[in-house]
Design a protein around this ligand. Structure first.
Ligand code: 5GP
Length: 140
């Protein structure tokens, strides 16, 4: 089912991209739960994880691992990460296109899930994307 992520992946809607290859893309969440919050998304349009090939799921996880590493290299205050996937509307999925949240955590941040977060300014998201992408290319 087409969604806002179809628009983003096709370039018809803006996003602050960190990474993209033939199978997977990563960009900043428009309403971050914490600074640097990224979404890792398969290019293939699928609402549910079960409909993706195992190779795509493996690659999605590998890219999320790399993005998490780049986040921590780009900001030393990031001392932990949460991965979150809402698979299906009953699991809280709002955008019907598979996505893995990579959410930076900082000591004592007190972050709780489930609330609404504010939309970030595009310039702020672009700055994070640039910073993360730079560190991604430095991966060990
Ligand atoms: P879900 O609840 O489906 O797991 O999360 C959907 C996520 O997509 C939310 O964190 C929300 O902020 C994000 N999102 C919704 N619309 C857009 C958009 O237009 N651009 C970006 N970058 N993120 C979006």
């Amino acid at each position: 089912m087409p969604s806002i992520f179809t628009e983003i992946l096709s370039g018809r809607a803006p996003a602050s991209f960190v990474y993209r290859d033939a199978m997977v893309a990563a960009f900043l969440d428009i309403a971050p739960l914490s600074e640097g919050h990224c979404l890792v998304v398969p290019i293939e349009e699928s609402a549910r994880l079960a409909n993706l090939s195992p190779d795509t799921v493996k690659h999605l996880a590998a890219v999320a691992q790399e993005v998490g590493g780049a986040l921590q290299r780009s900001d030393p205050t990031i001392t932990g990460l949460n991965w979150l996937m809402c698979d299906g509307a009953d699991a809280g999925q709002e955008v019907p296109h598979v996505h893995l949240h990579v959410i930076p955590r900082r000591q004592g941040d007190g972050l709780r899930f489930g609330g609404r977060s504010r939309k970030a300014a595009r310039a702020e998201l672009d700055a994070w994307a640039e910073r993360i992408a730079e560190r991604l290319s430095e991966r060990p």
